[in-house]
Design a binder for this molecule. Sequence first.
Ligand code: AMP
Length: 191
Amino acid sequence: MLNIVLFGPPGAGKGTQSEKLIEKYHLVHLSTGDIFRANIKGATELGTLAKSYMDKGQLVPDEVTIKMLESEVNKNAHAIGFIFDGFPRTKAQAEALDSLLKSKSTSITMMLALEVEEAELKKRLLLRGESSGRADDKNPEVIQKRIEVYNNETSPVKDYFTAQGKYKGVHGIGEINEIFQALCNEIDSVK
Ligand code: AMP
């Protein structure tokens, strides 16, 4: 299997690049943010819970997020691989993902990280907020909080995969297709 963690701060371009990668490599795209938003739209219990954290720019608790992700992986028993987008965001989530994949006799192939500096992220998120309909992209304070949460809680996940020799960073500013090509080059070098 080809199992990729697409990593990077909010606004780095993970969603955009995921769409292109799944088309090229025929992978299943699991975006925890998208799944939470679908639950909010469908007014499920999970959606109500997730919204209370998302609106503040905080992480949804690990226990809930991990359970949801596991059930999505289990729903796709015949996948030839996954792109994990926005997951794992904590070390506990990374450990849970490793053990889930291990139980299925597979593992993470690589962590591909889109590296973008903070000023650019804020600019992109506010711009996205004009059209995305996402409440968390509209408010500068919530954007700031999400970046802080990324720096404090999520960036250790980079160290986790670096220690496994699986971290690959790609410069995430420039033409979408050029960034895509750089990601493909990394994938093709291990396939
Ligand atoms: P995203 O669409 O990836 O930017 O995620 C939007 C929001 O959903 C985040 O700010 C969190 O509140 C929540 N979220 C998404 N993925 C996770 C995760 N892996 N762990 C905890 N919260 C998450």
